[in-house]
Write a protein that binds this ligand. Structure first.
Ligand SMILES: [Fe+2]
Ligand SMILES: [Fe+2]
Length: 154
């Protein structure tokens, strides 16, 4: 297993947030309903805010040094394998995207939750705990959108 530094953790989380934004931006083009487009735009904006929070943490060198002391604990949790599946075919329809996105939010929730545990009692731990809850809320919203989508279509 590669060495898991706090910088690496934050870089990975930033990548996750960038991919989430790309996913919800692409999905806007596949959604026919204006309310669905608006919903997805809102999700993309929230993922952008997540990314900005993580960038702020990355820039705070003093905080990074402090977090470095908790690396061992994070490493012991073996959290690197959470975000494996990142492929979605380009011709995926809206329903497929919603299912994929909901699963992805669940993985992100679990990943951030692990980080929150590993970094417990640090500011970063609190940030990841909050991010985890927001990703879980995204999963729930996507599932609701999925249900409503079929009601609208059928
Ligand atoms: Fe996010
Ligand atoms: Fe999310």
């Amino acid at each position: 297993m590669p060495k898991l530094t706090i910088e690496k953790i934050l870089e990975t989380a930033i990548e996750i947030e960038e991919q989430s934004q790309a996913l919800y931006t692409t999905a806007q083009g596949k959604a026919k309903n204006p309310s669905s487009k608006k919903f997805l735009k809102g999700l993309a904006q929230e993922e952008l805010k997540h990314e900005e929070k993580l960038h702020a943490m990355m820039k705070n060198k003093a905080k990074l040094a402090e977090l470095g002391k908790h690396e061992r604990k994070v490493q012991d949790l073996k959290i690197v394998d959470y975000m494996e599946d990142t492929s979605l075919s380009a011709d995926a329809d809206y329903a497929t995207i919603l299912i994929y996105a909901a699963k992805r939010e669940k993985s992100t929730f679990e990943y951030y939750n692990s980080l929150a545990k590993g970094l417990e009692s640090t500011d970063a731990g609190a940030v990841f705990s909050k991010l985890a809850q927001e990703e879980l809320a995204h999963k729930n919203k996507l599932e609701t959108e999925y249900d409503e989508y079929f009601l609208k279509e059928n």
